[in-house]
Design a protein around this ligand. Sequence first.
Ligand code: BDP
Length: 738
Amino acid sequence: MNKYAFTLLLVLFSSAVISFSLPVHGEDGYRLWLRYDRVNNPVRLQQYRTLISCYEMGTYSSVLSAARDELVSGLEGLLGRTLSQVYPEQSGIGERCILAGTPASSAPVRYLHLEKELAAAGSEGYIIRSITLKGRQGIVITANTDIGVLYGVFHFLRLLQTQQSIQQLTIQDRPSLSYRVLNHWDNLNRTVERGYAGESIWNWWTLPAYMDQRYKDYARANASIGINGTVLNNVNASPLMLTADYLEKAAALAGLFRSYGIKVYLSVRFSAPIEIGGLKTADPLDPEVQQWWRQKADEIYRIIPDFGGFLVKANSEGQPGPQNYGRTHADGANLLADALAPHQGIVIWRAFVYSETPDDRAKQAYNEFKPLDGKFKANVLVQVKNGPIDFQPREPFHPLFGAMPQTPLMMEFQLTQEYLGFSTHLVYLAPLFKECLDADTYTKGKGSTVAATITGMAGVANIGNDRNWCGHPFAQANWYAFGRLAWGGSAAAAPEAASRNVPALSSAQIAEEWIRQTFTNDPAVVDTIKEMMLASREITVDYMTPLGLHHIMGYNHHYGPAPWYDKASRADWNPVYFHKADMAGIGFDRTATGSNALEQYAPEARRQWEDSTTCPDAWLLWWHHVSWSHRMLSGRTLWEELCHKYYTGVDSVRRMQSAWNTLRWKIDPERWEQVQMLLTIQANEAVWWRNACLLYFQTFSRMSLPAGGELPDHDLKYYEGLHFYYAPGTGVTGLEKN
Ligand code: BDP
């Protein structure tokens, strides 16, 4: 072989080696916010390496093992070197060691005598401190419980991932809410109701024998943000979930999640005693029915000793419930509560109910549930959606918050973007969540925020089996924000919150944490992305449902605009029901001259909305039917303002595109390109929303579109004629009419 041929072979061989050694998956989003790549800031890296050289832990439970694994893999990744394990001495620590454990599991932690600080940490909080013990420096991560230690470990790793100083640490934190729970709307056939990120993460078919790596990474991700519960199946529940086969599958997941402090809950179908129990009735007052549920609960707890409890959607959208037997929601909830009580389980009973009555749909949950306050057993929580209609881009807070002082309430937010562009639109939801949590209900005087009225928070999950979990790389931020807000989104929440020594998290802080961990710590990039994220929710409101408009999405699949739609079998499933546009004007009169939904709020809360001349523009059409030439607070007429909002919405998405384009070489190519493509879809759909809505509303206003503005590229007929086969999330066959 001559020299050239040899060189050529060598080149070919080495490039083959290089290409084979490239990771199969680059930055594909799988690692979420737990990437643990080596710290790229030399000053910080130096500090971390100086302060951390070993770790030590006492005895291990499965939770502490999870904490150790996370600590070691996290630190080794971030520091770019291996750590030695030091075995704790009775009253000392290794030099520059991370000492992690509870007083019960670690002798040196006991020796530190942090009793006073730990008293304030409760059962899930933790302490992280720089310490000097017998002349040796170290950092202690401790808690009263093993799960507190795991949460502390994740907090500590977050400090490094976001490149904060770890000198002189004196951190003490605990969650402000007790229940921080994801709700999966996942069906047993792996479709996901309102899921836009592939199939269900739960492969029911191969469970329990096959435990996908994803289940563990899911648990890690949840624990890293403090989520402590998961409802595995859809609220429109299959009775099969409660059969022995499926319970065994749920038990396998519960076994894994236990090490991460996550309890498993199940959605149950109220008529299950009939469907799988062979009974003739599901009447809550029937002794046989009561016995059936007691036995079912016993059976569950035999295989899942720490089972969380049941989530129930009853007498809502066709689901069976106690009212089928002339009983109340309290009768239904108490039936299940009695079955679970001996095992310390809870019932989460949903307040999302409305029936086909001429009454305003926004009023119905309050009317049904308010009179039941005080009638629920102690282990029942009522779960209330953030707004009185249904996860719209903007709604006022639900009037039940603060209205049921004797009943613990759960907040239900939706992370999956059913009404917010699915997983194709970049919409950071923390500002939507915060707007609700921080709203003043005035139910106990000024400062009675929604956050202060709740005991827990549920998030309808946006997770599927897509490689990047949530479909859109930025949709991960909504999962992250949900956990962080449930943990510490409001200083005013729950009495325990008083002992947190960290201020309530803002949307901006959460975004920044997430960006630094998920993308980069480069300050210029962080700022650009943060600005996009913080603006994105308002931008979406502008191009979808500005000025208090709501529920004008396509029928059933809820994709895209269909304000004209009026063919649904029920009035309150039609967009025309919600906007009530006519020649005189537009909007839903919910004041005393209309449905008077306003009456369900405290007088001080009402005051901000009740007068159409002072009602903030953002809420106007939610509360009032006003003329097309109504003078807005902005000074424009209603029609001008509506046009202005839709046009601004489109322009703002284009600005997000330009901002993202500036990051071309600052973000890994894979995710940069994905987001770039998704933003193009979003921009096109914003145009579609603007054109379709304005052309339709114009048929009533008969006013012209803004002079000099972009003209619609199609006529109204075209938009009305669009049809979407197989829109995700509905489980439809594709043949249904939209
Ligand atoms: C609506 C969804 C529907 C859910 C329902 C619910 O369109 O798929 O079943 O909420 O929360 O937003 O029960």
